[in-house]
Design a protein around this ligand. Structure first.
Ligand code: AMP
Length: 619
């Protein structure tokens, strides 16, 4: 198509157009007295082009030179830079702390409160006062000056946090336990409270919510079992639990074996009580996967009513969903190994359980490891909580001698035999997975060692129970197990724990070695390390050994350590990673957090939106 002559517009090359634009901008700035940015291309502007093509209206100020005498105000960018320079410089350590606070805040705000029910959250119900129990420490304890209370706490390395903390009580009789309970304690050879009991029992008996942090084997179980029995007694005397009713109190444990063990402790106290004249029959039910408890559900809950239930999350959820049991009158809730229940695989199931609670309850959380994140999470949902810690959360039991040895992967199995000679039995050998357990177990059997094995869900529950029972009864010398046996299980007088595989998470290491050195006795732990472990794991181990004043093997001493190099502030490192408690790294490089984030992402990607239901398996 041909163009009419008057329609024709002369083509101006791009470079020339840019130059024209730049010239216009320059003139505009000169008129307004603004400083001019160096725009590169505009510098190449020819003078004649500038004059010829300026089509902007003439102005009186246009010819004036840029005002040198009245200096233009600095641009916002310049002002911001100047302000930044004036601010005191923050150190790398402060930057890291700030960064960590942000990560923790982010983690805390990213989820629903796991320790409250949906209806409480929806209705905005917030309990402000603890439930009354009627229990008070004897007068002399109540009148004890705060300096004396602090002196006792200091003596036993007890650190408390919270409002109006009840005083420590130094013997069981002063805690006003009924005679049948005192009698059982005597029979069990328990004469004086351990530090966590000394302070924890008065707190729980007073009806306060509590976060109890104490090393493995320190006697935590009695801190929640005894007050729960007292509550059940009190309620039964006032208004007996009837058919279909109950429980009054619930204890949730992450593993079946721990639940069974806790149930056994409860029964040890309940059985003699029922035989005592003047004491009512109190009923306890065990709810764990792998066993058929329909009969007990019918005979205990349906026909008589139940006072105490000890359960694992999966089975509990199942019983509640099938309406075999209700939590309408439950007013006492304990989460044992709470960090595992509140955070991680069980988080969703724990939330579901809270949805079944109908009123205010006393909530207790116990663990040897309690990362800051879980602690903060819990504090937000509890009522005037008291935190009682004996030693740093996540610290190793000081009664355990920790030996770490470099053993090549292929040499481990042979060296294990030699290592078993270090102490007499019983010994627990921990392996990373089921396959390793089977391999080590078979090897030991071939070599004539009287060993049993224990591993996760793939093992029949009856076989698991049998293995634990045989080992507990002293009929087997060695237990070869996965981490499932490391949480809270109380095997009597374990002489030696061998970590055939060093666990990736330092929390698991703390739980594992805690199977020995229990309640004041000394134990030994030997850990094999080699190039299979990540540097973070080894650094965590090194710092844990340092904290417990144990010998550091050369292979760990030689590690390039960001804490020692000052890359990570040592002061800020005192409590370790806020997510997993490891002392050798910070939350920003936490392998556990990274792993959980990638798991979350993976589960989001593969989520079944059409609802297959179910829950991730309990051990
Ligand atoms: P736990 O940390 O609750 O698993 O308890 C570990 C072991 O310590 C169990 O065998 C308890 O029977 C025992 N135990 C609990 N309290 C005491 C105490 N005050 N004195 C001596 N042993 C105790």
């Amino acid at each position: 198509m041909e163009l009419e002559e008057d329609e024709y517009v002369e083509y101006v090359p791009v470079a020339k157009r840019r130059a024209l634009e730049a010239k216009k901008t320059l003139l505009r700035h000169q008129r307004k007295g603004k400083p001019i940015r160096d725009t590169g291309s505009s510098c190449a502007l020819g003078d004649e082009t500038l004059d010829d093509d300026d089509d902007s209206p003439p102005s009186s100020s246009a010819n004036k030179p840029p005002a040198a005498e009245s200096k233009p105000p600095p641009s916002l960018l310049v002002q911001a830079t100047q302000l930044k320079r004036k601010q005191p410089a923050i150190t790398r350590a402060e930057q890291l702390v700030q960064q960590e606070i942000e990560i923790i805040q982010d983690l805390l705000s990213s989820g629903r409160k796991p320790l409250m029910s949906v209806s409480e959250l929806a209705k905005g119900i917030a309990y402000t006062e603890p439930l009354p129990t009627g229990w008070k420490p004897p007068l002399r304890y109540r009148r004890m000056p705060s300096e004396d209370r602090d002196a006792i706490r200091k003596q036993w390395h007890i650190v408390v946090d919270g409002e109006e903390i009840p005083p420590p009580v130094s013997n069981f009789r002063d805690m006003k336990f009924p005679d049948p309970i005192l009698e059982v304690l005597k029979v069990k050879g328990i004469s004086r409270p351990t530090p966590i009991q000394l302070q924890g029992l008065p707190v729980v008996l007073s009806g306060r919510d509590m976060i109890g942090i104490s090393s493995t084997g320190s006697g935590k179980t009695l801190v929640f079992v005894l007050p729960l029995i007292m509550i059940a007694l009190q309620e039964e005397w006032m208004m007996p639990v009837g058919p279909g009713e109950g429980p009054l109190g619930l204890i949730v444990c992450p593993t079946r074996e721990l639940a069974r063990q806790t149930y056994d402790v409860v029964q040890q106290f309940l059985a003699p009580m029922a035989e005592n004249v003047g004491y009512p029959e109190l009923r306890c039910l065990l709810g764990i996967g792998g066993i058929d408890n329909r009969l007990e559900l019918a005979s205990v809950v349906k026909n008589k009513g139940v006072h105490i239930v000890v359960a694992t999350p999966g089975r509990l959820k199942d019983m509640l969903a099938k309406k075999k049991m209700r939590l309408d009158i439950c007013r006492f809730l304990t989460l044992d190994e709470a960090d595992k229940l509140v955070d991680g695989d069980f988080e969703d199931v724990t939330r579901d359980i809270f949805d079944h609670l109908k009123g205010q309850r006393q909530t207790l959380l116990f663990s040897a490891t309690m990362p800051t994140k879980v602690h903060e999470f819990a504090r937000r949902a509890l009522v005037k909580p008291v935190t009682v810690s004996v030693g740093r959360a996540g610290a190793a039991n000081l009664d355990v001698i920790q030996e770490v040895e470099y053993v090549k992967q292929e040499a481990k199995i042979v060296y294990l035999l030699e290592c078993l000679q270090k102490t007499p039995p019983p010994v627990v050998v921990f392996c990373e997975n089921n396959a390793a357990v089977c391999k080590v177990h078979e090897y030991l059997l071939v070599k004539g060692v009287d060993a049993v094995s224990f591993y996760g869900k793939e093992m029949e529950q009856t076989d698991r129970d049998r293995a634990v029972a045989l080992f507990k009864a002293g009929k087997k010398d060695v237990l070869v197990a996965t981490d499932g046996a490391s949480k809270g299980l109380d095997f009597p007088n374990i002489q030696h724990v061998i970590n055939y595989d060093m666990p990736a998470e330092i929390e698991n290491y703390v739980h594992r070695i805690g199977r020995t050195g229990r309640c004041g006795k000394t134990g030994l732990a030997t850990t094999f390390i080699n190039s299979q472990q990540s540097e973070t794991t080894l650094l965590d181990l090194k710092h844990l050994l340092q904290e417990a004043r144990q010998r550091i093997p050369p292979v760990l001493a030689e590690l390039s350590d960001p804490v020692e190099l000052g890359v990570v502030g040592t002061a800020a490192n005192a409590d370790g990673c806020a997510y997993c408690g490891g002392l050798g790294h910070r939350i920003s490089s936490c392998p556990k957090l990274e792993q959980q984030r990638s798991q979350q992402l993976a589960s989001l990607r593969s989520r079944d939106y059409f609802g297959s239901g179910g829950y991730r398996g309990e051990m």
